[in-house]
Design a protein around this ligand. Sequence first.
Ligand code: MG
Length: 486
Amino acid sequence: MVLLRTRSDQGARARAAGRPPAARNLPRSRRHARDTPFRAGREGAPGGHGGRIRTTLAVEQLFEYDGAVSSGPTILHADLDAFYASVEQLLDPSLRGRPIAVGGSARGGVVLAASYEAKAHGVSGGMPGWRAARLCPGLTFVRGSFERYQGLADEVMAVLRDVTPLVQRISIDEAFLDVSGATHLFGPPEQIGRLLRRRVREEVGLPISVGAASTKHLAKIASQVAKPDGLVVVEPGTEREFLDPLPVSLIWGVGPVTEQRLADRGIHTIGDLARSDRKAVERLLGRAVGSTLHGLAHNEDPRRVSTHTRAGSVGAQSAMRRVVPTRELVREVLSHLAERVAGRLRAKGRAGRTVTVRVRFAGMRAVTRAHTLAAPVSATLTITEVAEQLAWQAIGDQEEERPEITLLAVSVSKLTTQVAVQLELELPPPDPWRPGSPTGAARWALDRSMDAARERFGRSAVGYLPATMRRGGVPDEFRELAEHDL
Ligand SMILES: [Mg+2]
């Protein structure tokens, strides 16, 4: 691929398609990038979409180095831009430069992801297809190439690991890097950011944005500000200047509910939050959340880049509209979640002893119940049954007689390797939850044959009744990609 670099002027930036929703409130931060004493440069993304050079919105904030390599913005957050849509455009060149939606259709269904060209018209993930089609008349709907996403994202991670082994992948398409030990080889963090972006574009063919800063929290915000297809470096000492004008919603962990609560108190920007009284914020959001967010607004974030590759648990969750739970509903949702969790455990040859269920009630209050079994399990039915008991315990412990629920989550932890089940002598009383008991072993064998059938004929070929009957708007393949890796 030929790299074409163009300088974009203000007009081109404003016209550039695909400003992400989070970036819509960012004019002040972009002014900041220009008005700072540092040299501010902009990098035009490589074009070549069907031979057309397109200047995309990208801000690159450069700064002078004093020669020290040990301190500085050495934490990078690298995040692929509109990942699923970008992959579709990579695989089918006729889709490049065009507004596309992955998933859904003009008649219905749910849009799972949108290209920046579609985002420019207000299309976003989670939106009904008919609405997306109305917002963006030229929108092309494509089915997701789920089987390709994981492999391409893994290739990107391999590029990142070429620069440093200190890579912490936090989802399929984003990771933190600690480059403090890599600067003597590759230059300052800003240069490493450029290198990574160029290599991912050239070697994998995907656009990736990078933020560099002194903390994880700030690096993640910087990569969001850099999107699409840009690099933003925040020099130590200028953190507050950079953060203050940004909307609080950019802080990792601030969802719509917290955002609204803060807005009700007149707190809209990160600077507003930083200037608020810590105790008042704690009273508003709860002590733990309030204190953490107040600290983050001051760029207090002690978290290090952690490279523990093996997650301690595997989980899945399902959010729903407020509903009074019935036996059938709880069974159906938990059996579906258990199938996903158990399937992923078995695919990796793992099993776990502790089953945890989280039930969220109307009003965002959540209750967690856990049960630790005598032996590690990976059988779908066993996890379903344990989860069901735990969920009803949590629901039964509520003061209201018929509490409404809005989310169910299942996870399995205390993981060990399990490639085969050791049969036990029959011990009375028969315990189907023990994997070595006759029932336990039969469950495991049944799951293994279902796994094999699915591998050959597809996920919907076979399954447990309640789980196969469930028809959600989002395909399981997509959910799995969004869930944490083992
Ligand atoms: Mg991304």
